[in-house]
Design a protein around this ligand. Structure first.
Ligand code: S3P
Length: 447
């Protein structure tokens, strides 16, 4: 199938009422597949996100000898290989992580203690992202991980690991999970301290399967080399997918949006806090526990006037992946919005500070890049224009939301990347009433 490289999107004055569920959570899908591979016995997962990133995780595990079958969309059965040493054929195994930083960093943790030689590679964007941070973090446990000047390809020589007392200086759930995965192969108690207040999907999963782990925001401790039984799980809808719909709905008068079965882990839902503080009408109902994770129905009623906000630094981790689409809300809000202490945005699928400020400026919005964040002066109105996603799925989808919110026409270049996380995005927006047209239709966009 040919991948579409460009969308031309026209925002509309009113959207149909939309009652949907969004595809499974990306972070949880990666983790659920990997933890299932480490369990004793068979795990059935439903709601696995079938985006390119997660399909790379499925392929990587199969390459490592894990049997995974798919009975229908999102329903996966994994035959666990246990936490013990896996028998992996001799020779260097080159594993393609595609665009997925999560997969590459989690594999570093998974494979550091498995007997074998591995080479992790990725696409152009992933090959620019920092990997020395994971190699350095796991080194005190005895991990032998070599990067290519700090980047992929990453070479792993699986070795015997020891438990350690590690302090995380970067607030990164990928790094935290890499340590947890390595700790599963290290006899004794591994302790983590420092920047732990990030998404805790791995910790919740380990508790759900009864693994000896305790954690709070100050300290995490877990015992290595304990085997555990497989346990089935339904993966909640991805809050980060829901976020694009939420911002579009909040800023389109008369809109009623309902999203069911969305994961509302507090470390992920900073956008709800931020939008509410700006005046948006957002509610969470029917809260329930789906095994390891809380889920809810999110409702948004459009049209409330928003005002800009100075984002407190403690919101940033819980909002990190939503900052591009949050910037669209800021552009539509009256007044100044300021985001600081978000330097991690510079090492995502693109330098998101550069990408989102450029996006806003191309659509007529005043925005300024700062060293570790950005400022937006909202309320001046959007104008039609062209946005390059820079190969970053969240920038591409934010540009589509900007078209809807501003009721303008936006040409979004470089959109194939949307398939890495949210292949159904365009279909859902089509169904909602946003107009996607072909490039050669009448359009009034400056290059
Ligand atoms: C993720 C953690 C975050 C997030 C990424 C997914 C995860 O990255 O931005 O999209 O699944 O652990 P960092 O850990 O680099 O902050």
């Amino acid at each position: 199938m040919l991948k579409q490289e460009r969308w031309v999107v026209q925002g509309v004055a009113s959207l149909r009422p939309l009652d949907v569920s969004v595809p499974g959570d990306k972070s949880i899908s990666h983790r659920a597949l990997i933890f299932a591979a480490l369990a004793d016995g068979i795990t059935h997962l439903s709601g696995v996100l079938e985006s390119e990133d997660c399909l790379h995780t499925v392929a990587a595990l199969r390459q490592l000898g894990v049997s995974i079958t798919v009975s229908s969309a999102g329903n996966y059965t994994i035959q666990g290989r246990g936490v013990g040493a896996w028998v992996i054929p001799a020779g260097v195994h080159t594993i393609d992580c595609g665009n997925s930083g999560t997969l590459m960093r989690l594999l570093c943790g998974l494979l550091a203690g498995q007997p074998g030689q591995f080479c992790l590679v990725g696409d152009t964007s992933l090959s620019k992202r920092p990997m020395d941070r994971v190699a350095n973090l796991l080194a005190p446990m005895g991990a032998q991980i070599r990067t290519t000047e700090g980047h992929a390809p990453v070479w792993i020589e699986g070795s015997a690991l020891t438990s350690a007392d590690i302090t995380l200086s970067i607030p990164s759930a990928q790094l935290k999970t890499a340590v947890l995965l390595a700790a599963l192969r290290a006899p004794g108690v591994t302790t983590l301290r420092g920047a732990l207040a990030t998404r805790d999907h791995s910790e919740r999963w380990l508790q759900y399967i009864g693994y000896p782990i305790t954690y709070d925001q100050a300290q995490l401790s877990m015992t290595g080399c304990v085997s555990f039984q497989a346990r089935d799980m339904a993966i909640p809808g991805d809050f980060s997918h829901a976020a694009f719909l939420m911002v579009a709905a909040a800023l389109t008068s008369g809109t009623h949006l309902t999203i069911r079965g969305v994961g509302v882990n507090p470390y992920r839902t900073g956008l709800i806090v931020a939008l509410k503080s700006m005046g948006a009408m957002v509610t969470c109902e029917n809260e329930a526990d789906w095994g390891a994770e809380p889920v809810a129905t999110i409702r948004v009623t459009g049209g409330a006037p928003l005002k800009g906000v100075v984002v407190p630094p403690e919101w940033v981790s819980n909002l990190i992946d939503e900052l591009p689409v949050f910037a669209i809300a800021a552009a539509a809000a009256e007044g100044r919005t300021v985001v600081t202490e978000a330097v991690e945005l510079r090492v995502k699928e693109s330098d998101r500070i550069v990408a989102l400020v450029r996006l806003l400026k191309n659509l007529g919005i005043q925005a300024v890049e700062t060293a570790a964040g950005f400022e937006v002066i909202g309320g001046g109105g959007f104008r039609s224009g062209t946005v390059d996603s820079l190969g970053d799925h969240r920038i591409a989808m934010s540009a589509v939301v900007a078209a809807q919110v501003g009721q303008i026409r936006v040409r979004v270049n470089n959109v194939a990347c949307v398939a890495t996380s949210f292949p159904d995005f365009r279909d859902i927006l089509d169904q909602w009433g946003v107009v996607f047209s072909e490039e050669n239709s009448r359009c009034n966009i400056s290059q």
